[in-house]
Design a protein around this ligand. Structure first.
Ligand code: NAD
Ligand code: MG
Length: 393
């Protein structure tokens, strides 16, 4: 078997670390080409010493110089670079076969697109990139012959439950509905009044998954499920009304596909991101992910309920943005990134996140936005408006 050459964008994050864990279990299959991080230079140093990539990328030249010196001392020949262009090269280099797109937020868009344009196998964790650029992203996948494999556990589950060739609309394959499961986050069942005073620490304490802070807050507001609804529309050529969000607190069923004959196919597993990561790395084969076998007797029961869209308006805002189309999802995403950042730094209450996103969506017209310049301009515009809103409140 030829060794596959892997780049991990966002290597020091939650998904990045899980990816390297799986990769390291299969040295005969994978070797690491590039590892990237934003500010976590110590963590990236440790990963470079362990995984010996050809290239490492950090956010600033200052941090890159620091890492270069440490790696030289250790006797390792790693090309250390800084900045956006280096990220794009790490993703698009000719020798790279597989790119894990695990940068958080809009910062991942250009490097993820570079992987797509390089015709790579793209393991997509960075859902924000697809939410921002949906049509453009999917056209680029088609045009450059990239293989796009969803890593978000829900989408990975749906991918596993659909026929292997599912392009061309769900109805063609007898699929009537996609059932997108949601844990409900740490505040499931809470009233709007009780949500008014929640802290970042409470919001980041997810009951089932251990994740980065941004996606943890998104899970608490249900914006994560909104972003995932948009993600599913693009990945599976679905309309928003073909997707039902099902709150399932145990996070054992990762999502389902319902068929016209009454069959519902589900994918189950322990809540451990190494399962979808290993699936994406090895597809269509299966490899060991280091994940414990599912013990149904210990789980004992599976519960389901409808989401509370009154206390958690972000899900509705995302569905409406997808229905509005064009640049609306990019605006939703940008405003949400500003709002989450403000919440995490104590400048915005939890319930203000939805308010800020809604105000920004209402303030901006929807443009067709199939080209990158329009999308990036809308993203920047939405951020400016969102910051003004924060200052004025
Ligand atoms: P994280 O915050 O733990 O890690 C983010 C990574 O991106 C880090 O390596 C960081 O250095 C890098 N990064 C941050 N800002 C950057 C910037 N401006 N430029 C370049 N690099 C930057 O996040 P995470 O939880 O691993 O999530 C990563 C992505 O995967 C997100 O889009 C998230 O929605 C998605 N995702 C995560 C999970 C999960 O379980 N953590 C599940 C599904 C999807
Ligand atoms: Mg998910």
């Amino acid at each position: 078997m030829r060794q596959q050459c892997v780049t991990v964008l966002g290597a020091t994050g939650s998904i990045g670390k899980s990816t390297l864990d799986v990769v390291a279990r299969h040295p005969e299959r994978y070797r690491v080409h590039a590892l990237t991080a934003h500010r976590s230079r110590e963590a990236l140093l440790a990963q470079c010493l362990r995984h010996r990539p050809r290239m490492a990328v950090l956010g600033t030249e200052h941090d890159a110089a620091w890492l270069r010196a440490r790696l030289t001392e250790a006797g390792l020949a790693v090309e250390v670079r800084a900045g956006d262009e280096a990220l794009v090269e790490a993703a698009g280099a000719v020798e790279v076969d597989v790119v894990m797109a695990a940068i958080v937020g809009a910062a991942g868009l250009l490097p993820t697109l570079a992987a797509v344009r390089g015709g790579k196998r793209v393991l997509l964790a960075n859902k924000e990139a697809l939410v921002m650029s949906g049509a453009l992203f999917m056209e680029a996948v088609e045009h450059h012959g990239a293989t796009l494999l969803p890593i978000d556990s829900e989408h990975n589950a749906i991918y596993q439950c659909l026929p292997s060739e599912h392009r061309g609309g769900l109805a063609r394959h007898g699929v009537t509905q996609l059932l997108l499961t949601a844990s409900g986050g740490p505040f499931r069942g809470w009233s709007a009044a009780r949500l008014a005073s929640v802290t970042p620490e409470q919001a980041c304490a997810h009951p089932n998954w251990s994740m980065g802070r941004k996606i943890s807050v998104d899970s608490a507001t249900l914006m994560n499920k909104g972003l995932e609804l948009i993600e599913a529309c693009w990945l599976f050529d679905a309309r928003p009304e073909q997707i039902q969000v099902v709150v399932h607190p145990q996070s054992v069923i990762h999502s389902m596909a319902a068929y016209s004959d009454g069959s519902v196919l589900a994918q189950l597993g322990n809540p451990d991101m190494r399962t979808p990561i290993a699936y994406g790395l090895a597809w269509p084969e299966r490899i060991d992910a280091g994940v414990e076998a599912l013990d149904l007797f210990q789980i004992a029961r599976l519960d389901f309920e409808a989401p509370d869209e009154r206390a958690f308006p972000c899900l509705r805002l995302a569905r409406d943005a997808m229905a509005a189309g064009g640049t609306a999802p990019a605006v939703l995403n940008a405003a949400n990134e500003v709002a989450v950042d403000a919440f995490l730094s104590g400048r915005l209450p939890f319930v203000g996140i939805g308010e800020l996103v809604e105000a920004t969506l209402n303030a901006l017209p929807v443009e067709a936005g199939r080209d990158l310049d329009t999308i990036l301009a809308m993203d920047a515009h939405a951020r400016t408006l969102a910051r003004q809103w924060l200052q004025q409140r």
